[in-house]
Design a binder for this molecule. Sequence first.
Ligand SMILES: Cc1cc2nc3c(=O)[nH]c(=O)nc-3n(C[C@H](O)[C@H](O)[C@H](O)COP(=O)(O)OP(=O)(O)OC[C@H]3O[C@@H](n4cnc5c(N)ncnc54)[C@H](O)[C@@H]3O)c2cc1C
Length: 321
Amino acid sequence: MADVVVFCESDDKGIRSSSLPALTAGAALAKQLGGGVCAVVIGSGTGAAAADAAKYAARVLTYDDARLAAPLAETWAPQLADAVKRVGAGALLGTATSTGKDVLPRAAALLGAGMASDITAVVAANRFRRPAYAGNAIEEVEISGPVLVASVRQTAFPPATPGAAGAIEAVAVAAVDALGAELVGLHETKSTRPDLGEAKVVVSGGRGMRAGENFKILEELTDLLGGALGASRAACDAGMVPNDLQVGQTGKVVAPQLYIAVAISGAIQHLAGMKGSKVIVAINKDPEAPIFQVADYGLVDTWEKAVPALIAGIKKLKASG
Ligand SMILES: Cc1cc2nc3c(=O)[nH]c(=O)nc-3n(C[C@H](O)[C@H](O)[C@H](O)COP(=O)(O)OP(=O)(O)OC[C@H]3O[C@@H](n4cnc5c(N)ncnc54)[C@H](O)[C@@H]3O)c2cc1C
């Protein structure tokens, strides 16, 4: 019997919604291990986040310290390792966000634990499913040893639902050593659109959009559908849109209800980030573009013709109620 520690990322309002799938995976693993879920919140001023985490886990450990204000793997990973030891847990889970990908492997190293990255299913107490080769193969990995660490693919597990009334324990933080690392700046993109990883609709543009200003028309389509804007790596690398919009193997993994790929060829690295979408629509002028192989609906046309027509159609539909 062993508990599962779940690393919950947070802001000043509560835990981030990206952590909710990790809590779901944590509960599934805790069932296998015959234990419970202990959520861990780290930062400075974590009161609201700890109270929020208590809605999802029987136990919450909070590491609240001014020296932990910056999300540095160097300072946060030792707190996670401490939590695992304190709880006597058999596993540490978190979501495979950029912070999770940074902090969890370091925590695994500190614990001397094996790690599975980007898991999509809990098969047994120490067995997980995860995609390999840009999603072209699914492998099952087994981790031996008394403690295991895994990062969870956000789109593979449903968000946990509130209902618990967990006990919150404030842990006195011991020495904090950033090992020379320092957070120089944090440039957050402020957007009124939903988060790319959570949006029900994603409209992505590729290199065929040719210039950043041409993404305005995709923004209009995105906003009409209440979705999030995405892009291929080629479009990001060309500076048409910011890098945080990148969908794919080295970008964000999305699985919306509707994914509209505009002027994107459909390289495997792009598909790795979106082929779990429920309905895929592709607009491309090249009928041989590989994106059509995964698309549910394909339109062979230029975006210059197709997107304005789509926008006009949606506006007409909306106007008719
Ligand atoms: C290790 C590694 C990791 C990678 N990670 C990622 C990743 O995370 N995400 C990612 O996206 N890529 C990734 N890539 C890059 C990937 O291999 C492709 O190069 C990239 O996805 C291509 O982007 P694209 O489809 O926008 O561009 P292109 O392949 O150049 O395709 C442009 C498409 O636009 C169409 N087009 C052109 N003009 C028009 C028009 N007027 N109207 C309609 N269609 C038009 C063309 O027919 C073409 O199909 C990675 C590559 C490597 C090696």
